[in-house]
Design a protein around this ligand. Structure first.
Ligand SMILES: NC(=O)c1ccc[n+]([C@@H]2O[C@H](COP(=O)([O-])OP(=O)(O)OC[C@H]3O[C@@H](n4cnc5c(N)ncnc54)[C@H](OP(=O)(O)O)[C@@H]3O)[C@@H](O)[C@H]2O)c1
Length: 248
């Protein structure tokens, strides 16, 4: 029986670490062709080598999600190489948390550029192809922080709330094109995300919180596989999960 993943061309942004790399490994093991996009070329090349050496199909494409020309190029190369784009996982993101009165304008700009504009750029790069194909699946990564705001998470939570709103609007707009849309909101998962916190005291607290309860990144990979693996007439629109011990 088909797992509805085998043979699909899946583009994963932020595939150089954390959730994106875990999703790439899992989907590759289930037969998907995975396209690995991120800025750190050495990381995605090493991951592609690992997956290709074990019988998978992986293509690394160095991409800065904050640049639409690069995201468009990513989609163009995938289309030219494989002839279709079946799934886009809009996963790249960063979380430099801090209270607003620290005035970390650069951090705000980077979060808006990658967490919101990067997601929109990804959608823009694949939507015409998926509309033409009359098939496709766009998976956006929000967060528990897209459902809740706390002191220090204001801008990050705003970006992740935006991802949920974009996903719901997209869901409604692509109905005529047989395109599926999923938004996944993880709680604390053990990745490199806390390294993106630029304020030392905040970073210390975030790392302590993660060390106490974060779950492995394969939790995300299984959620992604669940959404993609459904029969084509079933559209898993939202998944929110947390470590069992996470109260927030
Ligand atoms: N871990 C968690 O607890 C958690 C919870 C909820 C939601 N999330 C979300 O999950 C997503 C993945 O994060 P993660 O936890 O896996 O963290 P991570 O290990 O730090 O991975 C972040 C990924 O985003 C990529 N990225 C950042 N800026 C980029 C840019 N300008 N262009 C291209 N790629 C860029 C990074 O690649 P390069 O640096 O190589 O470019 C990296 O691959 C994020 O959207 C995050 O907000 C994570």
């Amino acid at each position: 029986m088909s797992n509805n993943i085998d043979g699909k061309v899946v583009v994963i942004t932020g595939a150089s670490s954390g959730l994106g790399a875990a999703a790439a490994r899992h989907l590759s093991s289930l037969g998907a062709t995975v396209v690995l996009a991120a800025r750190r070329a050495d990381r995605i090349q090493a991951l592609a080598h690992e997956l290709n050496s074990s019988g998978g199909h992986a293509l690394p494409i160095t991409t800065d999600l904050a640049r639409f020309d690069q995201v468009k190029r990513l989609a163009d190369v995938v289309l030219a190489t494989y002839g279709s784009i079946d799934v886009l996982i809009n996963n790249a993101g960063l979380m430099p948390l801090s209270p607003l009165d620290r005035l970390k304008i650069d951090d705000w700009d980077r979060m808006i550029d990658v967490n919101i504009k990067g997601v929109l750029y990804g959608i823009a790069a694949v939507l015409p192809t998926m509309q033409k194909q009359k098939s496709g699946h766009i998976i956006n990564v929000s967060s528990v922080a897209g459902h809740k705001v706390r002191p220090g998470s204001t801008v990050y939570s705003a970006t992740k709330t935006a991802v949920r709103v974009i996903s719901e609007g997209l869901r409604q707009e692509v109905k005529p094109y047989n395109i599926r849309t999923t938004v996944i909101s993880p709680g604390a998962v053990d990745t490199e995300l806390s390294d993106s916190v630029t304020e030392t005291d905040v970073a210390e607290n975030v790392k302590k919180f993660y060390a106490e309860l974060a779950v492995p990144a394969d939790s995300f990979a299984r959620a992604v596989a669940f959404a993609i693996g459904q029969p084509e007439n079933i559209d898993i629109n939202e998944i929110l999960y947390r470590p069992t011990r996470q109260e927030y």
